[in-house]
Design a protein. Structure first.
Length: 455
């Protein structure tokens, strides 16, 4: 019994672990990863001797998969401090509103601190517009701009979505990115305000929203692979996949490997190429999913550097520095404020760069990119001190874009793959880009294969 898992990110690692649990020690599992290290977007680097996440830095704790898996693996979780996030809105910093649904307010009062009087009047008037309808999937930005005007989108919704997808509301579909809002409209909510208000609890939950691992999220992948004990092939991109009468054949460089089953946990473009001949319908659907690129500039500042009393700041694409130039960064995380376990002396700050179809500063060389990000930090915080160390990590094609119709594309791909025995898909391109969503798709994919292999 031999299963090949293609892709060594969190989805591939979880799938490998689940497969081992089901197959036992008798099953052979080969884990192929094109890069020279496992983890994908979960990457923990040594920066000035400190383990620091330079990819994803946390996961949603109110969704159960991540918390449950950490407990299963015996991994300690930590949660953010009480420091609040801020947003650069209308050329000033404001606390990030707490009672919204991805920036969509349940009342005008929720967003009063970030909008102009004119924009706030648009928000207040939205319930009086003709009833909202959602017969098919539409771009979230188009819907919000029609109902609320541009300012709410530009100042609040776009910065929030940029942190999740590296994309803006105008290119993302309602049903895939804010499914609860779509469901409320389908149930009869007459306005977006009414739909959001019905989804926002009267009393904020005291449960932590986010969680991470004190040793970095890369620890999660390390532990999964340690327990699964696969045959790991680093630097082995799988370039071809063929179906045989008795299973599958994969090409990885000069190597040809036979397997009874294959689980693909790679980005949509790679998945499209591998499925082009064996499942062309799935290949065509996945080929329509676009990706955004981004970079993380991780900086270690000298001990004693004074950070703002906030966990970070989000920056809208239309915001400008005092010199009139656009910001290179879309967000900063003040990690030493956000995470108590990182408040140990040296001061840690992350700058995030890159928006879908607006690469901007991503075209610059590392040194120039660092200079731009440091200028942004100085503009926002007044911090001009020379960093002790800086690490730039680029994520080319790092985040799939859930455009209008995304759920239909995924349904087409999964339906086509379901007709092919011994094949399954997992990953961020399917049902969510966060760690819990990737855990869910990987668990489902592994279960599909083991139900066929273990009889």
């Amino acid at each position: 019994m031999h299963v090949a898992v293609v892709g060594g990110g969190v989805s591939g690692a979880v799938a490998t672990y689940r497969l081992r649990s089901a197959l036992g020690d008798g099953g052979a599992i080969t884990l192929f990863e094109a890069a020279d290290t496992l983890g994908g977007k979960l990457r923990t680097a040594e920066v000035a001797g400190i383990r620091y996440d330079v990819g994803a830095e946390a996961f949603l704790a109110r969704r159960p998969e991540g918390v449950a898996l950490a407990g299963e693996l015996g991994l300690e979780l930590v949660h953010p401090t009480t420091a609040r996030s801020t947003v650069r809105a209308g050329q000033r910093l404001a606390p990030l509103p707490g009672r919204t649904l991805m920036g969509i307010p349940g009342s005008p009062e929720a967003v009063a601190d970030v909008l102009s009087a004119e924009a706030l009047a648009r928000v207040a008037a939205e319930p009086g517009l003709p009833p909202v309808t959602l017969d098919s999937d539409v771009a979230l930005g188009a819907l919000l701009r029609e109902r609320f005007g541009d300012e709410l989108v530009d100042r609040l919704v776009d910065p929030l979505l940029g942190g999740v997808y590296a994309g803006g509301a105008d290119g993302l579909g309602v049903r895939a990115t804010v499914p609860a809002l779509a469901a409320a409209i389908d149930r009869g909510a007459r306005s977006l305000t009414e739909a959001a208000a019905g989804l926002i609890p009267d009393r904020p939950s005291t449960a932590p929203v986010f969680a991470t691992l004190p040793g970095g999220l890369g620890t999660l992948v390390d532990r999964l692979v340690e327990l699964a004990k696969p045959d790991v092939r680093l630097g082995h991109p799988v370039t071809a996949l063929r179906r045989r009468a008795d299973g599958w054949q994969l090409e990885a460089g000069s190597e040809v490997v036979d397997a009874d089953a294959v689980l693909l946990a790679v980005p949509a473009p790679a998945c499209r190429r591998l499925l082009a001949e064996v499942v062309p319908a799935a290949s065509a659907a996945l080929g329509e999913i676009e990706l955004a690129s981004m970079a993380v500039v991780a900086m270690v500042l000298p001990p004693g550097t004074e950070l703002p009393d906030a966990s970070g700041v989000l920056i809208g694409a239309r915001e400008r520095r005092s010199d009139g130039e656009p910001f290179a960064a879309k967000a900063f995380t003040f990690s030493s404020r956000k995470w108590a376990h990182l408040d140990t002396g040296p001061v840690l700050v992350r700058g995030s760069v890159g928006r879908f179809r607006e690469p901007g500063a991503l075209h610059r060389e590392d040194d120039e990119l660092v200079g731009l990000v440091r200028a942004d930090l100085a503009e926002l915080t007044g911090i001009t001190v020379e960093p002790v160390e800086v690490v730039v990590t680029r994520w080319g094609g790092g985040l799939p874009q859930y455009a209008p119709g995304h759920l239909d594309l995924v349904e087409r791909a999964e339906r086509a793959v379901a007709e092919v025995p011994g094949l399954a898909l997992a990953g961020a391109a399917l049902h969510g880009v966060g760690v819990p969503a990737c855990i869910a798709t990987a668990t489902a994919a592994a279960s599909r294969l083991t139900s066929q292999l273990v009889r």
